[in-house]
Design a protein around this ligand. Sequence first.
Ligand SMILES: [Fe+2]
Ligand SMILES: [Fe+2]
Length: 135
Amino acid sequence: MEKLEWSESLKLGIVVIDYQHRKIINIINELIDEMLSSCDIESILSMGDDLVEAVLHHLDYEEKILKEISYDDYDTHKEIHNQYIKQTNYFYEKIRHGDISSIGEFIEFLKDWWVYHITNEDIKYKDFCIKSKFN
Ligand SMILES: [Fe+2]
Ligand SMILES: [Fe+2]
């Protein structure tokens, strides 16, 4: 499984958001490393907790900004975030109950979701943000 590479295409040009996205990408890469090496369930769950913390912090921060700049697609964007949380909860529950075989599927989901979300959804608010004080 290939790791994610932080590149120009993932940068929005909004310093704090880019920092948070990069942190999330790094944790996903650590999960890939762990899966490919020992695949220790406790380590994976602990990295999963780090990921949840970083993601919830990021989604909350992003939603606050979108609200403050009166982003016109706020509701749709928030709903996409909510769907992500539901989907990851589904995977977490499976893994917590010992379903090791779903770890690979979960990591593929994370990789696809974050690359798609940043480059197709978050990119839509970039100009709104850059015109405002949040940059
Ligand atoms: Fe987002
Ligand atoms: Fe984001």
